[in-house]
Design a protein around this ligand. Structure first.
Ligand code: ATP
Length: 202
């Protein structure tokens, strides 16, 4: 049976922390593939400052090119209106009826899981793989998630990444690019070239 990881994110831009998480989870859980799902353009924010989805999609494509276990989908970009993880998971469930699905996320996203559409149904349909982020601890998990998380950690439906933390965020990268002070090794060189060619994050 196939183990499939689904990795949603804004990826504005994609960075080596994202790639590290994808690889580490693929190793630790035995994922056959990790499908990166760049978020679409926010449909309700006219003043939106996010980089257009088209650029974020291409940067993700460039970043994952060397890892055969990584794949890309525009599933979260092409739907009209709000894009909920719950709906994304239904689409992949239909596409891969026999697979075990894993939703990959950082601990900052886990802390908000109880605000997601139909989260209680969602966590019955997909396992959750959590990468801790700097300063986060499972002790800070909101009360609404306690009972589920306790059980799911026991049963193995939630796995915490064992690999070391990779302390980096897109926010940090954007700030460094604006100041023209981005250190090497934080984003793939193909992504750095694309950013430069298209004058992004100035
Ligand atoms: P931003 O700084 O703009 O919020 P981000 O670096 O968190 O961006 P996203 O595209 O929002 O990147 O992240 C997609 C998913 O990856 C989220 O679940 C996020 O928590 C997780 N993630 C991103 N970077 C890391 C990291 N360094 N360690 C663990 N999880 C991460």
């Amino acid at each position: 049976m196939k183990n499939i990881g689904l990795f949603g994110g804004t990826f504005d831009p994609i960075h080596n922390g994202h790639l590290h998480i994808g690889q580490a989870f693929a190793d630790e859980i035995g994922l056959d593939t990790v499908i990166f799902l760049p978020a679409g353009d926010p449909y309700h924010k006219p003043q939106n400052t996010q980089t257009p989805a088209k650029h974020r999609f291409i940067m993700t494509e460039l970043a994952i090119a060397d890892e055969p276990r990584f794949a890309l989908s525009d599933c979260d970009m092409v739907r009209e209106g709000a894009t909920y993880t719950f709906d994304t998971v239904q689409i992949f469930r239909q596409q891969f009826p026999a697979a075990t699905l894993w939703w990959l996320l950082g601990s900052d996203s886990l802390m908000k899981l109880h605000t997601w559409k139909k989260w209680q149904t969602l966590v019955q349909q997909v396992n959750i793989a959590v990468a801790m982020r700097e300063g986060d601890s499972l002790n800070q998990t909101p009360r609404e998630l306690h009972a589920w998380l306790g059980e799911a950690l026991q049963s193995g439906h939630v796995r915490i990444l064992q690999a070391p933390l990779y302390n980096i965020s897109s926010t940090q990268i954007r700030a460094a690019l604006e100041n023209q002070s981005l250190s090497d090794g934080l984003i793939p060189s193909s992504v750095a070239r694309y950013i430069q060619q298209h004058g992004l994050y100035r």
